[in-house]
Design a protein around this ligand. Structure first.
Ligand code: NAD
Ligand code: AKB
Length: 319
């Protein structure tokens, strides 16, 4: 999709785990000066974003979004600013304010400026009563505040599409695994932290049980899925456009530790579940991505072994 009013792209929450890599990919595809990175943070330490335009922007400030988008000619906003599950459960009021309030703010700005929006959802929309292999369409009864905000985000996206014709698309991302920026306070962070611990200490104390199985995806695949969805013809997208399940990996914490042990001699992992176990237990083991596959031909490229090798190589080169 190309933005209706302008060619520029704005990314909110750009200093986070996904934004760091999405901005890089968008700048490669569209040109560095076309992609404006933004975040509430003012410390632009992240060199990956520093090669192009950056503004400090609070997503709750609708007027500033409108002004920026009008001044710059923004046609598409990738709205990534949010609080993740573990941080959100510690501060539910802030989580609701940023996740729901921020999404309303971006969608209201879209109504005024006519830009297209990517607004990610999460596997956290599912609750414990959903099938453990979660289908695209099932009752959504999350038991985390974060999950509630993601259900609301999907509903808002549908409302703005149906009532105002704002093209809002989203993916129910699984846990994302990457090394270029730290994970941002979620339940699936163990699947990121474990790699650095393996290389630095040869040991990781994992905060979920060994048999905890969750849907997961390597970041390269997540970025590719995002760009594919945003490039898809609007006519090919059905009523799930605001929150697609996508085909991804599904492995236990023990299976991840074993795959790392195959590559890192002597690596040991113990399991000491904390409060995040409860959030993980409320989510599905795997998700059915057949609707996304049918509508915009998505399938992932990285299996667990490839992912482990990419992570270990990437971290070794970075350090
Ligand atoms: P992150 O926590 O790494 O980054 C979020 C960024 O938002 C941070 O840099 C933070 O400073 C910024 N932010 C917070 N409040 C803000 C505000 N008021 N205004 C502007 N910026 C603000 O998160 P992420 O992992 O990059 O996730 C991005 C999106 O993807 C979120 O909507 C998240 O729910 C969703 N998602 C992520 C994952 C994952 O595994 N990373 C999985 C499912 C869904
Ligand atoms: C989290 O664990 O909060 C995120 C997510 C799955 O939405 N990674």
């Amino acid at each position: 999709m190309s933005g209706p009013e302008g060619d520029k792209i704005l990314v909110t929450g750009a200093m986070g785990q996904i934004g760091t890599e999405l901005v890089e990919a968008l700048r490669q595809n569209h040109g560095t000066s076309t992609v404006i990175a933004s975040d509430i943070r003012t410390d632009l330490k992240e060199e990956r974003l520093a090669d192009g335009p950056y503004v400090s922007l609070d997503v709750l400030d609708t007027d500033s979004i409108v002004q920026l988008c009008n001044d710059e000619g923004v046609g598409t906003v990738y709205h990534l600013a949010a609080l993740l599950s573990a941080t959100g459960e510690k501060n539910p009021e802030l989580c609701r304010r940023v996740n729901v309030g921020g999404t309303i703010s971006v969608l209201e700005a879209a109504r005024q400026c006519s830009f297209d929006v990517f607004s990610p959802s999460s596997i956290a929309v599912f609750g414990p009563d959903a099938p453990k292999h979660a289908p695209q369409i099932t009752a959504l009864h999350p038991t985390t505040v974060y999950g509630e905000t993601k259900v609301k985000g999907e509903l808002l996206a549908k409302e703005y599409w149906n009532k105002h014709g704002i093209d809002v698309r989203g993916i129910r991302y699984p846990g994302l695994i990457s090394y270029k920026a730290p994970a941002g306070g979620g339940t699936t962070d163990y699947a990121v932290e474990i790699f650095e611990a393996a290389l630095q200490d040869g040991y990781y104390e994992c905060f979920v049980r060994s048999d905890t199985r969750l849907p997961m995806l390597y970041m390269d695949d997540a970025i590719r899925a995002t760009l594919m969805l945003m490039d898809a013809e609007s006519d090919s997208l059905g009523p799930s456009r605001a929150g697609y399940n996508i085909d991804c990996l599904s492995f236990t914490a023990q299976e991840l530790a074993d795959a790392i042990s195959n590559e890192v001699d002597g690596f040991r992992c113990d399991f000491s579940p904390d409060v995040r176990q409860k959030y993980a237990d409320s989510w599905p083991d795997s998700i059915d991505g057949s609707v996304a596959k049918q509508e915009w031909t998505w399938s992932p490229r990285f299996d667990l072994d490839n992912l482990v090798r990419e992570m270990l190589n990437g971290l070794s080169i970075e350090s």
